[in-house]
Design a protein around this ligand. Structure first.
Ligand code: FES
Ligand SMILES: [Fe+2]
Length: 475
């Protein structure tokens, strides 16, 4: 049980205009252990999209915190999530990322399970001389205590003591809806996953997706390429859905008194947030062919939001980045200074071949390992990680931009959706709000402290271990 004073690591004094993080938040192995135990293993975690397991007996593997998990669709089409560990001696049952099997046979001693997780065969059972107590035990796979799906986004929790998923996602659900409603059949992953690791803390990725401030500094090569292509009228190349340096400032918005607003950021309860940029309805977006239809179905305000660039983070481990193209990112912390990322191009089911090709070309430009974004971002995470070990200046200054603007009201763009934000900031292209990170660390702090309190209460209700009692007696 950790005694670490979590509150002392987040200098959160809005009344004084201060929000600072201690560097050890990113570099202390003890904090990492607490994050795994109290955030990833006692809270909702994103598992995948249900469209990854569309058919009876499909399965996919993932992790929740440090534990292997398998999601299976049974013969009746029901989805279930199980610990991917054989009840016999604990061997991993499913080894592949995904597949289709009616029966899963453990490679160690051949116990077998159906796609609903029920034991179907226990090798040489009759000769095993098992006791009645063993026979009375369940030998099925262990289901995750909580498993729910919202609009195709599957979440699981290793603890039953979590909020209903709809409450956990709260107002952030509107932005899942906006992404999913781009097709009547929802979203799918374009085949081909890119997985990579970086030598840095998982929260560096969490922050970077919400970090507008870095874009012009970290990705100048991308912006220069876009400007050059635009000068040539995009001849022989795909039109980009983001703008180069010139285009960003020159973008024309309706003269509605808000034409100076280029975008903003919005925070929700439980650590979720969104940062976004305004876009007009234009043909560089793969949705353009369906712009009128989407307006009819969802109204102008929602349709316009579908064209805005949007980076949505659902705390703690999934991000839907819809900017230069559309990407699903799953964050898997491995250690305090090592993180695995799984990234996919995500797309509306049933879009035309031309729109899909445009989306994939835009994806290759920016997100792919061969593209102009991910490697530049990743090297920054590794540089930051090295700097987080520095004992001389322990407090970071990266969470302060926008503090004079942030508040729960005053975002007419969010209001148009009927969404209630915890805090919003809107402004010009150079705002680069950093208050968007605050909701991460307020939730982070709350979960770690709740975990500490729960463990302390559990320890108080347990009898002291025999060795401790012996010491007491001798004294
Ligand atoms: S560990 Fe699976 S059958 Fe023995
Ligand atoms: Fe970036």
């Amino acid at each position: 049980m950790s005694k670490k004073d979590i509150a002392s690591l987040v200098d959160d004094r809005p009344e004084d205009g201060v929000f600072r993080l201690h560097r050890s938040v990113f570099s202390d192995p003890e904090i990492f252990e607490m994050e795994m135990k109290y955030i990833f293993e006692r809270n909702w975690v994103f598992l995948g999209l249900d469209s990854q397991v569309p058919h009876p007996h499909d399965y996919m593997t993932t992790t929740v915190g440090r534990h292997p998990v398998v999601v299976m669709r049974d013969g009746e089409g029901n989805l279930n999530a199980f610990i991917n560990s054989c009840p016999h001696k604990g061997a991993r049952l499913c080894h592949l990322a995904q597949g289709n099997r009616k029966i899963h046979v453990c490679q160690y001693h051949s116990w077998s399970f159906d796609s609903a997780g029920r034991i179907r065969g226990l090798k040489f059972k009759d000769d095993g001389q098992y006791s009645p107590a063993f026979d009375n035990d369940s030998h099925d796979l262990a289901a995750l205590p909580r498993f729910e799906v919202y609009r195709g986004f599957m979440f699981g929790a290793l603890s039953a003591d979590v909020l209903p998923l709809s409450e956990y996602l709260g107002e952030a659900r509107t932005f899942i809806d906006i992404a999913v409603d781009t097709s009547p059949q929802g979203l799918e992953l374009v085949p081909g996953v890119v997985g990579f690791t970086f030598e840095g803390n998982w929260k560096l990725q969490l922050e970077n997706c919400s970090d507008q401030y870095h874009f012009t500094s970290t990705h100048p090569s991308y912006l220069k390429v876009l400007d050059r292509r635009a000068e040539k009228g995009w001849e022989g190349t795909v039109r980009a859905n983001v703008r180069g340096r010139g285009g960003r400032k020159a973008m024309q918005f309706p003269a509605d008194g808000l034409e100076h607003i280029a975008g903003g950021s919005t925070s929700f309860e439980h650590g979720h947030n969104l940062n976004w940029n305004r876009r007009t309805v234009n043909d560089s977006h793969p949705l353009f062919e369906r712009a009128e239809e989407l307006k009819e179905r969802f109204g102008e305000a929602r349709r316009d939001w579908m064209f805005n660039t949007r980076n949505l983070t659902l705390f703690p481990n999934v991000q839907v980045a819809e900017n230069a193209s559309s990407q699903l990112r799953i964050i898997r912390p491995i250690s305090v200074d090592r993180t695995e990322m799984l990234t996919y191009c995500i797309a509306p089911v049933g879009e035309s071949a031309a729109a899909r090709a445009q989306r994939i070309r835009q994806y290759e430009d920016f997100f792919n390992p061969s593209g102009l974004a991910t490697p530049d971002d990743t090297i920054n995470y590794e540089d930051c990680q090295d700097g987080h070990l520095n004992p001389v200046s322990p407090w970071l200054q990266g969470h302060a931009r926008g503090m004079m603007l942030a508040g729960p009201d005053g975002d007419p763009f969010i209001d148009r959706l009927g969404v209630k934000a915890l805090s919003s900031v809107i402004g010009g292209v150079e705002l680069g709000d950093e208050t968007i990170f605050h909701t991460y660390y307020r939730s982070w702090r709350a979960l770690l402290q709740a975990g500490q309190r729960a463990d302390e209460a559990a320890a108080r209700s347990q009898p002291a271990p025999a060795s401790a009692r012996l010491v007491e007696t001798v004294r």
